[in-house]
Design a protein around this ligand. Structure first.
Ligand SMILES: [Fe+2]
Length: 282
């Protein structure tokens, strides 16, 4: 079977079929996949579940894997793979207000690092019967659609990303002292230029972006609230319905994502995730 690419929406996402990802890819397919990744920001590879080692091997076509800061999430034998189990074991684990689970809030992975992960790969291993979609927004498109005055207002601003921020409705995961020492606050541009395409995008993380540098808190909050509403509009969005074995590969430099945490209690929801090394946002 030959490689096939099918766009999922006008703004982002493409489905890739016709390849066996448990084997190595040939050079031509890799070129096509990398180009499609830059064009669509999110690839959905229809696959069978991969072993952790085969998943890491696939990720290396797109970059260099890095380990999750939280040691307890790392796979026992393949530490570059993080085990993301979001199953509700008991009825009381499922929040009434989903905003109290950080996965349900829009975010870009790893932005609290000076050099955040450029790419995330996520493979679905156990998928509940309903709910649990991963949702994406294209923040390049959101920037492109601004008026010149609005672009002028935001381009050049610097913002503080913190492991946790009072702006997020839910608190961040606990860190060990070692993990805390690795995650001090960092400053990133609010508008970043993509290293591979030169295109500008909002680099904004509602779970981590705390404030605009040199701006009074109320003004900063008002500006960040406006950014939040604007980038997450439905016209910039794609919601992914998982099938077992699906591998999503997305560009953290140009999309935000969140999870619909509404799915049945007791049904397993399990993913493996790999982050790829990125550069300092500019
Ligand atoms: Fe995430």
């Amino acid at each position: 079977m030959a490689l096939k690419i099918r766009a999922r929406t006008d703004v982002l996402g493409a489905e890739i079929s016709g390849l066996d990802f448990s084997r190595g890819l040939d050079a031509q397919d890799v070129v096509v996949l990398r180009d499609a990744f830059l064009q669509y920001h999110l690839l959905c590879l229809r696959s069978e579940p991969l072993t952790p080692k085969a998943f890491v091997a696939l990720s290396r076509y797109f970059g260099e894997p890095k380990c999750h800061v939280l040691r307890r999430r790392r796979h026992d034998e393949v530490p570059e793979v993080a085990v993301m189990d979001s199953t509700y074991q008991h009825a009381e684990d499922k929040p009434v207000d989903f905003r109290l689970d950080r996965k349900s809030a829009w975010h870009t992975d790893d932005s609290y690092f000076e050099k955040p992960a450029k790419v995330t790969l996520l493979q679905g291993l156990k998928i509940p019967d309903s709910g649990g979609q991963t949702r994406f927004c294209n923040t390049q498109k959101a920037f492109e659609d601004l008026s010149e005055t609005e672009k002028h207002r935001v381009d050049g601003l610097q913002v503080v990303h913190a492991y946790d921020t009072v702006r997020a409705p839910a608190r961040a995961a606990k860190r060990t002292p070692e993990e805390e020492a690795e995650t001090p606050d960092v400053i990133h541009p609010l508008i970043r230029t993509h290293e591979d395409t030169g295109t500008k995008a909002f680099y904004f993380n509602p779970n981590r972006t705390d404030r605009v540098v040199d701006m009074e808190r109320t003004k900063s909050d008002a500006l960040l609230d406006w950014v939040d509403e604007m980038v997450t509009q439905s016209k910039y969005r794609y919601d992914h319905e998982w099938r077992v074995g699906d591998i999503l590969i997305w560009d953290n430099r140009s999309v935000l994502h969140s999870v619909n945490m509404d799915f049945p209690v007791g049904q397993r929801r399990l993913h493996h995730r790999i982050l790829l090394e990125g550069e300092r946002p500019r």
